[in-house]
Design a protein around this ligand. Sequence first.
Ligand SMILES: *Cc1c(COP(=O)(O)O)cnc(C)c1O
Length: 355
Amino acid sequence: MIHNFNAGPSILPKEVFEEASRAILNFNETGLSILEFGHRTPMFESVVSEAMELVRELMQLDGNKEVMFLHGGASTQFFQVPMNFLSKDRKAAYLDGGVWGSKAIKEAKLFGDVEVVASSKDRNYSYLPTGYAIPENAAYFHYTTNNTIEGTQMGDIPSTPVPLIADMSSDVLSCGMDFNRFSFIYAGAQKNIGAAGVNLVVADKDFLATGNTAIPSMMDYRQHVANGSMLNTPPVFAIYVCLLTLRWLKKIGGIPAIEKINEQKANLLYTTLASLPMFNLPVPSQDRSKMNAVFTMHDPALEKLFLTRCKEEGMIGIKGHRSVGGFRVSMYNAMPLSSVVDITDLIKDFANKHA
Ligand SMILES: *Cc1c(COP(=O)(O)O)cnc(C)c1O
């Protein structure tokens, strides 16, 4: 058996893989593949509308929110957000809490002034900055809820005097929060929602109304809303996989149920690592991500042995990002507790043998 701890694209529920593969051959008993199915058909329109409704229900969105499924991955949102909401005579506030956030900052600078309110770059983003002030004249404040590469996750939603924007690519739908406090949320699907190739976007109607208009249609959120996320051919299959994953999440009890399991997984793994002197947890406990656990070994010579052992036991995708080193175990929604139990057993056994 393979346990896939990859940071993204990542594991999805087995039943989602099975149902998605059936739809490739015969979508909803139509005799046609989902890959050849017309997007402007009532049957596919109902795929999109059901997926949007499930997002509303699972995130408990208020009536002032629009839900979109857009092309391009989260990296497209890095520039699409400032293209819509920033201008040369305005500034936006950004938190520089990780590699992904720093990329968002780089892109925003193309469209206006960027004030970085705080940064943890001084220690390779291994902690989350605190005690910063957000300027009242900023067009918006942008941050990353979960820093996928460095393994840090924001506990509380920052309070801001300006519209709040978050990149939730790697922890959306994994834990409860008041999503209605955000003016704009985006998340690439391939970590917690579905297949690569689509972004989930949730935006406040009033905030959207303030956006720039002299931009290309495909970049203009309002045009996507007006066309029900079908301004052009949408990523049909990727959206369908999102629908299947959203149905699965609802069936198992929604965000409250998955949050409990996610806490069990993260607690088990971090407690085990903290109890073994061989391992080092670079992130302070209050900042640790429940989605991506990052750890290193005090003896680098053992790291290779550990990786080999993991591979032998079918534990894949745990090599740390090149900018951090060590290891990263990603435990997104679809990762079962049993797989985390298996890797912690392996970790304990390895520590025993090499102590
Ligand atoms: C993976 C990731 C991205 C990049 O997503 P793409 O879909 O590859 O563009 C951006 N932000 C965060 C937080 C991520 O985890």
